[in-house]
Write a protein that binds this ligand. Structure first.
Ligand SMILES: Cc1cc2nc3c(=O)[nH]c(=O)nc-3n(C[C@H](O)[C@H](O)[C@H](O)COP(=O)(O)O)c2cc1C
Length: 78
């Protein structure tokens, strides 16, 4: 189902999602959801963004992250 997939976009801060994104995620039920995080950066790569997000999306069935330059990168991703 479409609702089983959640895309989250943010700028990379200090090598991962900004804390405000982590706080946002903590407030929701992620059981069984696929979480696809897309991010812009000032030059660094996506690093361990997906692993660092995992503690805040407890129960998610999949967490993946991609560094993007434009909307097409997201459209062509999953
Ligand atoms: C507090 C802060 C931390 C940042 N940390 C990083 C970083 O670790 N690596 C990086 O490449 N860019 C970093 N940036 C740059 C942002 O990721 C970049 O400006 C943003 O992705 C570009 O999108 P924007 O044009 O919407 O700002 C940081 C920016 C801020 C404000």
């Amino acid at each position: 189902m479409l609702n089983d997939v959640v895309y989250i976009g943010f700028p990379i801060w200090y090598g991962c999602a900004p804390n405000v994104v982590n706080s946002f995620c903590k407030g929701y039920d992620w059981i069984g959801k696929k979480v696809y995080a897309f991010a812009t950066s000032g030059g660094s790569g996506i690093g361990k963004t997906a692993d660092k997000l995992k503690p805040y999306v407890t129960g998610a069935s999949e967490v993946d992250a991609l560094l993007v330059k434009n909307a097409d990168d997201v459209k062509n991703w999953k």
